[in-house]
Design a protein around this ligand. Sequence first.
Ligand SMILES: Nc1ncnc2c1ncn2[C@@H]1O[C@H](COP(=O)(O)OP(=O)(O)OP(=O)(O)O)[C@@H](O)[C@H]1O
Ligand SMILES: [Mg+2]
Length: 219
Amino acid sequence: MTPLLQASDITRSYGDLPVLKGINLQIQSGEIVSIVGASGAGKSTLLHILGTLDRPDAGQVTLGGENVFNLNEKDLARFRNDRIGFVFQFHNLLAEFSALENVCLPGFIGGKNEQEVRARAEELLNILGLGDRKNHLPSQLSGGEQQRTAVARALVNSPAIVFADEPSGNLDSHNAEELHKLFFRLRDELNQTFVIVTHNDLLAHMADRQLTIRDGQIV
Ligand SMILES: Nc1ncnc2c1ncn2[C@@H]1O[C@H](COP(=O)(O)OP(=O)(O)OP(=O)(O)O)[C@@H](O)[C@H]1O
Ligand SMILES: [Mg+2]
């Protein structure tokens, strides 16, 4: 089966600090893959490259048949907005917009039909148990609700893949567990693919596959 994502011989240094020393990996559609490793091992660096937010020094990433780093900046930005979702440790919701408006934003940025984006955003907020919170500002939501709103925002354009960097790092254990269950529900119900960097052992082990980065390589 052709993998959804393929990374080949990815290297990345910061100045004279080599961080990634030849990363090769494949992700199949519908998989949940966790990435673990010590602090400073290069997990976020790798996730940013796989998510096209950063370019490697060498190596290739192919996502959905597209050799992403062959795209120019404008086409890459469009590809990223359409096909890739992100969830970070801190939700980064815009404070002056409601939950619903925050979820809609990537759809509006992509120039999609406003009614369709709104309907999709409402559907996602309902699935994530936030239907009755959609008109609240982020400051009026709990930490768990804020993070679930960020997940809805990541999904609004129906991306091929969602990258999450320590998505539950800022949540208590109950809210973390709820968020983790949600990832698996979204995979089971929508076949959503996730690549999740985590220090949470439970989540790392629940994943279909766990990749460990050590000394700049996957071991
Ligand atoms: N922009 C940057 N400039 C210089 N060095 C950087 C930069 N970003 C990261 N590094 C260094 O690269 C290494 C890998 O960083 P990275 O953030 O990928 O680690 P990580 O595995 O995500 O760690 P953590 O678990 O603490 O989040 C670290 O030594 C870090 O200090
Ligand atoms: Mg990190």
